[in-house]
Design a protein around this ligand. Structure first.
Ligand code: MN
Ligand code: MN
Length: 306
């Protein structure tokens, strides 16, 4: 049987890498497909913390897929955010919790999309429906995804279903959710050895609407002030990125995961961001109290203006 590739989006976060591993485990139990998890980029420190904690190896890096390659997408659907060659691959499954955009297939597929905070929450429901028992390690990986995507159940993207799943998974994994969660999130805020280029790419996603290309990146921190020390260097990196990728607008969110606020740095068509968030940028930057979610508090506003 042909091997099927499972992967999340580029610039992978914890949900993208660990949900791919979880789906691999689920597929193995179901025994219909021979599927293997891959990643589309470097493993960040938060994800590495979870992998080490549960003693799991990171999936291999995937650079490109050949025409006709069967694939399963987790944590994304937009081809902009997917692997090189995706347009000609055969998408047989999508498990995702994002808006559907830039996505088209030539054949029918299994698409499971739910408006919840995390892909792992959907996988938890999927295994429940399929009667699959989740083991301790898989539960730990799933819990890590939920903690990461919902900032320990505090993000406005977090739903009742995520909370119920997280509680259940923490029990199976045998961890104290709050203690483990804080350690996990904090591991991701160690930015000490990253270059400005790496900083703006830790968690960066492209979007296109009505011909306007924009990029929204997010950096999690416990001190916005600390990250802002590199503001000029990051702006330089953002400018270079915009030139190379012909991007019209770049919004960088620096998110305080403890206080649940974000500082944004905006370059390019700044008037769009000013209108979207009803703010006046000063020195390319503004403070957005209570804003932590790109998906719910940034993208819809920008799309609304565009
Ligand atoms: Mn993600
Ligand atoms: Mn996700």
């Amino acid at each position: 049987m042909e091997e099927i590739y499972i992967f999340g989006h580029k610039n992978p976060d914890t949900d993208s890498i660990l949900s791919a591993l979880v789906l691999e485990a689920i597929e193995k139990t179901m025994g219909i497909y021979k599927a293997k998890a891959y990643r589309l980029g470097e493993v960040n420190k938060e994800t590495q913390y979870a992998l080490d904690y549960f003693g799991v190896k990171a999936p291999e890096l995937l650079e490109e897929v050949k025409a006709g390659q069967p694939v399963m997408l987790v944590d994304h659907n937009s081809f902009d955010q997917s692997v090189k060659g995706i347009e000609k691959a055969k998408v047989i499954r999508v498990i995702d919790h994002h808006k559907i955009a830039n996505f088209e297939t030539h054949e029918p597929l299994f698409y499971l999309g739910m408006p919840v905070g995390c892909t792992a929450t959907i996988l938890e429901e999927m295994s429940k429906v399929s009667g699959i028992k989740i083991d301790r390690i898989t539960a730990g990986l799933m819990l890590s995804c939920i903690i990461s995507d919902t900032l320990l159940l505090k993000s406005p993207t977090c739903t009742e279903r995520d909370k119920i799943a997280a509680k259940k998974l923490a029990k199976i994994a045998g961890v104290d959710m709050d203690a483990y969660g804080l350690d996990l999130l904090k591991a991701g805020t160690d930015l000490s050895d990253l270059t400005p280029e790496q900083l703006i790419n830790i968690d960066s996603k492209p979007f296109t609407i009505n011909g306007v290309k924009y990029q929204v990146a997010q950096i999690n921190t416990v001190s916005i002030e600390d990250v802002l020390k590199d503001k000029e260097a990051m702006e330089e990196a953002m400018k270079n990125f915009m030139q190379e990728n012909k991007v019209d607008l770049f919004v960088l969110m620096i998110t305080d995961i403890l206080e649940s606020n974000s500082q944004i740095i905006v370059l390019g068509k700044q008037e769009i961001a000013e209108k979207a968030f009803a703010i006046k940028l000063e020195n390319n930057t503004a403070f957005l109290p209570g804003v932590v979610s790109r998906k719910k508090q940034i993208i819809p506003n920008i799309d609304g203006v565009l």
